[in-house]
Write a protein that binds this ligand. Structure first.
Ligand code: IMP
Ligand code: MG
Length: 178
């Protein structure tokens, strides 16, 4: 029988996330002043964070999405990355920002980064809502980090456990159920 989990107390509130999105949006606006940026959201987890972030980027913003699978219904990485949905448009010569929900082992972003660098963008940056350095199996540094979390399985605000909890308007973690 599958293990049962509950969710813990709120760890990061929606207000904190909104404020952080505004700060990072301003940083990106300053860094790319007068230029266009392509924001690539990684489905499905990054959708909520991306929608907060882009409202604070005061530049011409193009949005695209990719879907990859590196996890099944489990909380551990399988290490295998597969592209389920590729970009709709070319990023050659563009300023590109990958928007991800969480960097854990770093395997997904390492794969995506190399894949997208192969398309010759002008600049490639990574913006993640959460960074979980304790999970790292491969070196991966995001350029813009919302919050750093500990070695817990996080859910809410786009992050799921077996497709559940993505709609929670705050960030929390799984706890062992009774
Ligand atoms: P990585 O390849 O191990 O860095 O993991 C990247 C993906 O694994 C993320 O985009 C998430 O979908 C998923 N993931 C990793 N850690 C967590 C977590 O704590 N909660 C929910 N999903 C996670
Ligand atoms: Mg996921």
């Amino acid at each position: 029988m599958a293990r049962k989990y509950d969710i813990g107390e709120e760890m990061i509130s929606q207000k904190q996330i909104f404020e952080r999105a505004a700060e990072i949006g301003r940083t990106i606006t300053d860094e790319f002043a007068g230029q266009e940026v392509v924001v690539i959201g990684i489905l499905k987890g990054a959708v909520l964070w991306l929608s907060d972030l882009i409202k604070h980027i005061e530049l011409d913003v193009h949005i695209d999405f990719m879907a990859v699978s590196s996890y099944g219904a489990l909380t551990k990485s399988t290490g295998a990355v597969k592209i389920l949905k590729d970009l709709d448009t070319s990023i050659e010569g563009k300023n590109v920002i990958i928007v991800e929900d969480i960097v854990d082992s770093g395997i997904t972003l390492n794969y995506l980064k190399n894949y997208l660098l192969g398309m010759n963008p002008k600049v490639l940056k990574i913006c993640t809502l959460l960074d979980k350095p304790a999970g790292r199996q491969i070196k991966m540094d995001a350029d813009y980090i919302g919050f750093t979390v500990g070695d817990q399985f996080i859910v809410g605000y786009g992050l799921d456990y077996s497709e559940k909890y993505r709609n929670l308007p705050y960030i929390t973690c799984l706890t062992s159920g009774s």
